[in-house]
Design a protein. Structure first.
Length: 111
């Protein structure tokens, strides 16, 4: 994951992007991989670790109905997690992880 994080850092710096993470099963490992790299504070705003459904709802605004209908490891929930990370941060790009799917969402703010 280190090389992927380095590439992300380089590309985000070049684009002037600010990143947030919304993680479930990875428990903060994506954020850790990014912040282990010198200079990451230029592109990393914050990370949300929302392992429980209650945390996903409270911290990221994931809809309970989406969790009920599709399950916590669905693409639909990952998309809502990414949108929530954008909404609750100063980032303009978010990465969300669940057990099976990963979703990237570019928020309404332009890079």
């Amino acid at each position: 994951m280190t090389r992927a994080a380095e590439i992300l850092l380089e590309q985000a710096k070049a684009a002037g992007a600010m990143i947030a993470t919304a993680e479930s099963c990875t428990g903060g490992m994506v954020a850790a991989a990014i912040t282990d790299i010198a200079g990451s504070s230029a592109i990393f705003d914050r990370g949300f670790v929302t392992y429980t459904n209650d945390a996903k709802v409270a911290m990221l605004g994931v809809q309970g109905g989406t969790l009920d209908r599709y399950g916590a490891v669905s693409e639909q929930v990952a998309a809502q997690m990414a949108r929530g990370a954008i909404h609750h941060s100063t980032a303009n790009f978010a990465v969300a992880t669940t057990r099976r799917c990963h979703h990237r969402y570019r928020g309404p703010r332009r890079i």
